[in-house]
Design a protein around this ligand. Structure first.
Ligand code: MG
Ligand code: ZN
Length: 221
């Protein structure tokens, strides 16, 4: 039966995700699984995050893409370690792929690992990668109905970043509705309205990262 096969795949995934989590915890690393649609700005957010954190924390990136190395190359240009996972058609990352990537990084030297998932609002939500935090990037041009239409991903998110708020004048995007729907569905999710282009809101977002365990608390050290 189809259903049994799928359950077996997810159970196998979860076992490897637990190994990833242990490996990350042992090395004191905060790993963030960045999910969202193609074009929402996942790579742009990673770029802004790396730049904002770089004086205090060392960040490495695991970059998942079905095709091309464009995003991996763009982030490697920031002079940080990047492992590219070419998923070969798979529309999400899974825990075994991330494990292979983690083993290629110098984990002792990293504080934060940003895992950019494949652009997709559906199945990445179902695969635990062993990350510490899950973040969904949504963007103004996509419309304010995404929380309602793709509830699983938003329900599981520790934080939601609404990107491209510099374009609000050009779109009928109701930020209050988006945020209210998010709070209804997932009251514990942190919410940030940002523009990766202008830098608006990036400080609040990176302050949130710095406050997460196992990183040294913001303001200390
Ligand atoms: Mg990208
Ligand atoms: Zn998929």
């Amino acid at each position: 039966m189809q259903i049994k096969v799928v359950e077996k795949i997810l159970a196998a995934n979860d076992a490897i995700a637990a190994e990833n989590r242990e490996l990350l915890e042992k090395n004191g690393i905060l790993a963030i699984n960045i999910m969202g649609s193609p074009g929402a700005g996942k790579t742009s957010l990673a770029e802004q995050t790396i730049i904002a954190l770089r004086s205090r924390l060392s960040t490495a990136v695991i970059e998942g893409d079905i095709a091309t190395r464009y995003d991996a190359e763009r982030l490697a240009a920031l002079d940080i370690p990047v492992v590219h996972i070419a998923t070969g058609g798979e529309c999400h990352l899974d825990a075994p792929m991330v494990k292979q990537a983690l083993l290629q990084l110098d984990l002792a030297a990293a504080d934060v690992v940003l895992i950019e998932n494949v652009g997709n609002l559906v199945c990445p939500a179902e695969y635990d990668l062993g990350q510490g935090k899950k973040v969904v990037v949504s963007s103004v041009p996509e419309g304010h109905d995404k929380v309602e239409k793709y509830p699983l991903m938003f329900r599981l998110a520790d934080a939601v970043v609404l990107n491209k708020v510099d374009t609000l004048d050009a779109f009928d995007f109701d930020v209050q509705r988006f945020e209210a729907n998010l709070k209804d569905l997932n009251p514990r999710a942190a919410f940030f309205a940002v523009s990766c282009r202008t830098g608006q809101g990036i400080d609040a977002w990176t302050d949130w990262i710095r406050a997460q365990s196992p990183l040294p608390r913001a303001g200390e050290g």
